[in-house]
Structure formats: C-alpha cells, structure tokens
Design a protein around this ligand. Structure first.
Ligand code: TK8
Length: 355
C-alpha cells in the first residue's frame, strides 16, 4: 500500500492541496488588523514523517507558540511531503500560499548561493562544529538574505551528516561507486560530487525517493541515519556506508507576507519559539542518530565505513568540486565561510587552553 500510495496519491494530494490552499497573506493581514484576538492557523509543511525529529520539532514549536499566545496562534503539522517537496513548498511560501516549511539548505542555493557552501563535501566533522557555524554571524548573514526572496528565516534545525545507502554492494572504496545510480537532492553540487566519484547521480525530490529505490530506478541515496530509519529506506537498501560525506541543515522558514501580517509581539513569540525548538530538535536528532547504527543493523542493513586509505583520495577528488562551487557560489560567501570556521577553531582552542 505504501508503494502504491506514494507513487500515485502523493502528486494528486499535492495538486489538491496546492489548488485548495487559500492565498493566506491578505487573509492573514485582515485577521491581524481587524481581529487580533482571532485564532490564526499556520500550516507547517515538511518532507519527513511526524515521528522523525523534524516532525517532532514542529510539534514542539507548535506547543511553545500555543502556550505563549494562549492558543491564539495554532501551528498545524503537514508531514511526509503531503504539501509538496522542499522546492515546491518554499515556492508556496514565497507566493503566500503556505505559511511555514523547513527545507534543506541545498534547495535555497537558487535564492542565496551562500547556502550551498554549508554542503561542501567533508566540510565539517562534528555536530559541535556545525552548531558553531550555523549559530554564528555567518549563519545569521545567510538567513538575513531571505526576506529579499519573500522568506523569513527564524532558526536552524539540523538535518545532519549524510551517509550513503545502496542496494548493490558494500561501498568502502571509490571503485565501489562506479556507475552506481544514486539519487541526489535537486542540487548541482551534490550531483557533481557523485559524478566526480564515478557514480551516476539522479536528482529527485525527497517524497519520490522511496518509490524510485523500490522500483530500482535508483540504487542508492544519501541521508542522515534517522532519515534512513524513519523513511524506511532499510526496506529497499541493504548496504549502509557511514560516509558522513556532507552536512546539511533545515532553516525554519515563514512566508514573508505571513510574517508581516503578525504584530511585533507575535513575531517575537514566533522567533523565540523557533529558537527554543532548535535546541530541542538538535538534542533529539542527535540522541536518535546515536541509536541508529544498531537499529539499522537489527533491521538487516550491512554497515561499513570507507577504507581509511581511501578517505584522503576521496576527499582529494571532491576538492575539485569544492573549488568549482567556491567560484559558482561566489568568492565572497566562501571567504565568509572559511573566516567563520577559522574564528570558531580559534575559540575552540581558547576554550581548551583556558580549561
Ligand atoms: C526533506 C528533505 C531531506 C533531504 C533530502 O524534505 O532531500 O534528501 O535530506 O531531509 O529536506
């Protein structure tokens, strides 16, 4: 049933929701201006399931907002790609036809190229480094570019370190990737990265991944561990390589016309709630990821790592991709990124010395 529903129902559902979605912005401003006490409903669309830390973070966000507004603002969760994929939901926010979503950074490169540098292959190695990068001047500067595109970024949730799964054979060396049909996010750098490594990348929106893996249209995909578990990719993928080859994040976005329909006090509540949900989400996703290798082994996945001797060679070959996209994304953003990483490294050393 799951296969049939995903393949045929999802596009119909998306079409129905898109058509039935009222253009919220004018309604919202009417609500706010004429009836500030009226209950406001904010739809929050995500690609992952309700029980994934992304879905649970929306619930936490909703709980905080409802509590701080005495139930005046209600956040409604639409999970599992019901309202579309990262690109279509973000476009719906821009058009004022959907209120909130949390897309992968890779889908925002079309608005601000700087979002792409976060996904540089092997850029980060720990969640702490990721926090230091996102919760910095650099992270705030990225979010500050969004209002020009009809979006407002409230906080950063973690998607996480991405690992490769496939249905063909264990991947521990570059040669194991040769001609492997791998689904990548609709993002040129991810596609180039896997092409450079000898694979055959295919860009697909997240809601279509499971069906295409099951049908064999693609043999592989790459995502954080908890996503592999929550999206049941283990049902159609036998091999897991703990590659941690890239890091990605989910900025929490609200449609700018919707944002502007709220009073400054309500905006402050939404912003605070998003920041509080971010702390909760990162802690939750990390604790769930820590259990996932054992969980996925129990579910039959064969887990390997990249051969030690191979890793420097793989990183070397992806260096070409970084050099290419450092230019494509603009030297300015690349400079800001590496300056922020250097500052964070310095601060880390300072802290370790002062202990
Ligand atoms: C879910 C996506 C997903 C991402 C991908 O909407 O597309 O593989 O990692 O988490 O944002």
């Amino acid at each position: 049933m799951q296969y049939v529903s995903r393949r045929f129902v999802t596009p119909l559902l998306i079409a129905f929701c898109a058509v039935s979605m009222p253009a919220i912005s004018q309604n919202s401003s009417q609500n706010n201006a004429q009836n500030p006490s009226q209950t406001r409903y904010i739809r929050f669309g995500i690609g992952l399931s309700e029980d994934h830390p992304q879905g649970m973070a929306v619930r936490k966000f909703a709980e905080i907002v409802s509590e701080k507004t005495q139930g005046r603002i209600k956040i409604e969760l639409f999970a599992g790609g019901k309202l579309g994929n990262d690109v279509s939901m973000t476009d719906a926010l821009k058009a004022g036809k959907l209120e909130m979503t949390a897309p992968d950074t890779s889908s925002l490169v079309r608005f601000t190229s700087g979002f792409g540098v976060i996904n540089f292959p092997f850029l980060l190695s720990t969640e702490q480094d990721a926090d230091a990068l996102l919760d910095s001047k650099f992270g705030n500067e990225l979010l500050a570019t969004l209002p020009a595109h009809g979006l407002v970024g409230l906080a950063w949730w973690e998607n996480g370190f991405r690992n490769l799964t496939n249905s063909r054979s264990p991947v521990t060396r570059r040669t194991d990737l040769m001609d492997l049909k791998v689904r990548v996010m609709p993002n040129a750098m991810f596609s180039d990265t896997f092409q450079t490594l000898g694979a055959q990348p295919l860009k697909l929106p997240f809601p279509e991944v499971y069906a295409n893996l099951k049908e064999g249209k693609v043999q592989a995909q790459e995502n954080p561990l908890i996503t592999i578990y929550a999206s049941k990719f283990y049902e159609v993928q036998q091999h897991l390589t703990l590659s941690r080859h890239a890091y990605s994040a989910w900025p929490v976005l609200i449609s700018k016309p919707v944002w502007e329909s709220f009073s400054a006090a309500d905006q402050a509540i939404l912003k605070t709630a998003a920041l509080e949900s971010s702390k909760y989400q990162r802690e939750l996703i990390r604790s769930r990821n820590a259990q996932m290798v054992d969980e996925l082994k129990k579910l039959g996945m064969k887990v390997t790592e990249i051969d030690r001797a191979e890793l420097p060679l793989i990183r070397l070959s992806t260096r070409k991709v970084i050099d290419k996209y450092a230019k494509e994304f603009g030297e300015d953003w690349t400079k800001k990124l590496y300056l922020q990483l250097a500052i964070n490294e310095h601060n880390k050393l300072q802290r370790s010395v002062s202990r």
